[in-house]
Ligand binder design. Structure first.
Ligand code: NAD
Ligand code: ZN
Length: 357
């Protein structure tokens, strides 16, 4: 058995107001007059945060449209236009939710790697270190701030650029930045973390490393979504650390059934990651009985709507597509159900599950 020797984020700063240290953090990373490029979620356009970005010289702010999850075409176009405009670039700083963080990681890699980002969707295909990259989350839950992947929708598949060059060089965890997130979005993204924990802790790949982080992240999610009666600063602090720890937990294990099924939805219908996971989790009592019971309690307590009936009216071909995408996520199924997963999760069973969503 080969043990995974994984690359982590190099520098982490945590705390309310730590965003104010960004200028100081970036200064030693500046290469002559090559600019820093700030990729910022379009939600922040015209908001006070923009005035706090420490712009120097030719630095540039680009607003990223996150209506859809990042695409390889979007990454390629951004990297190309930056290279054409500036020649050399000191670094790419992503400020936003998981979509913007992934976009920033991918653009930083594509400034130095030839071809299209679609060529690197897979495992360990990236050849060159990208330019310096920093991630500043404004939503908590995906774990994209710590992961070695950047999930992209390409011409033929939705798959990450998984590599040792992918993790950020620096992350700035400032919980103040998440305070304006709408309750629904905060819940969907927060549940991504909760589901990471359940899938990791209930999975066959579990080990003490993953368990230590997974249990802590789960406890923090419960504090925020089960115990608290009203959202406050402490919730933002706790959920940000839950996201980090949840990401660390799956770094050394794997996700499971909710993610495997939700990938089918997102591929066919464009359902976003957080909400897609929630739609699936709502029907997984056979696989994660205690987790699903608690999930439903949190949905009710936080007064969240989980969409129902999104697979109504789909054609047989469309169901087939989702089943194929989902069945392709082999490590996820193996983690969830063990080596003999194919005997347990048959196409018929998966068809019946999609039918319920
Ligand atoms: P997101 O980044 O897609 O953003 C969702 C919405 O929230 C957007 O409309 C955005 O404008 C808005 N938003 C962001 N911050 C806000 C704030 N502070 N206040 C108000 N609105 C805000 O959401 P997400 O759930 O964080 O990320 C999902 C993405 O992350 C997917 O693309 C998924 O593939 C990816 N992901 C990546 C990894 C990884 O390891 N790389 C893991 C899980 C998910
Ligand atoms: Zn996830």
């Amino acid at each position: 058995m080969a043990f995974r020797n994984f690359k982590m984020v190099s520098y982490v700063v945590y705390g309310r107001g730590s965003f104010n240290q960004l200028d100081e953090i970036l200064a030693p990373q500046r290469k002559g007059d090559a600019p820093m490029v700030f990729l910022v979620d379009h939600f922040f356009e015209g908001k006070p945060l923009i005035a706090r970005i420490p712009l120097r010289g030719k630095d540039k702010v680009i607003f990223a449209d996150t209506t859809y999850e990042p695409k390889t075409t979007q990454v390629d176009a951004l990297a190309k236009s930056l290279k054409e405009e500036f020649g050399s670039i000191s670094g790419v700083i992503g400020i936003g939710g998981g979509s913007t963080l992934d976009l920033a990681k991918a653009v930083a890699l594509m400034i130095t790697n030839p071809g299209s980002s679609a060529d690197y969707q897979g495992w360990d295909l990236v050849q060159e270190a990208g330019v310096y990259k920093a991630g500043i989350p404004t939503l908590s839950g995906t774990g994209a701030e710590v992961s070695r992947t950047t999930v992209l929708t390409g011409p033929t598949r939705k798959l990450g650029m998984n590599s040792d060059f992918t993790p950020f060089d620096q992350i700035v965890l400032d919980p103040e930045l998440t305070k304006d997130a709408p309750a629904n979005q905060r819940f969907y993204t927060g549940m991504d973390c909760y589901i990471h924990c359940i899938e990791s802790l209930e999975g066959t790949f579990l080990n003490e490393f993953s368990k230590s982080y997974g249990e802590k992240a789960l406890q923090l999610c419960q504090k925020v979504f089960v115990e608290k009666t009203e959202w406050d600063e402490e919730c933002d602090d706790q959920l940000m650390m839950a996201s980090y720890a949840g990401g660390m937990s799956i770094a050394y294990s794997q996700v499971g059934v909710a993610h495997a099924v939700s990938y089918g939805l997102s591929y066919l219908l464009g359902t976003k990651h957080g909400i897609g996971n929630c739609i699936v989790m709502n029907h997984l009592e056979d696989y994660y009985p205690a987790g699903v019971r608690e999930f439903k309690y949190m949905v009710e307590k936080n007064k969240i709507e989980i969409p129902q009936g999104i697979c109504k009216g789909l054609t047989e071909d469309q169901f087939e597509t989702m089943i194929n995408v989902s069945m392709g996520m082999k490590p996820l199924w193996e983690n969830a159900l063990g080596k003999d997963w194919e005997k347990i999760m048959t196409r018929e069973k998966l068809r019946a599950l999609y039918n319920k969503l």
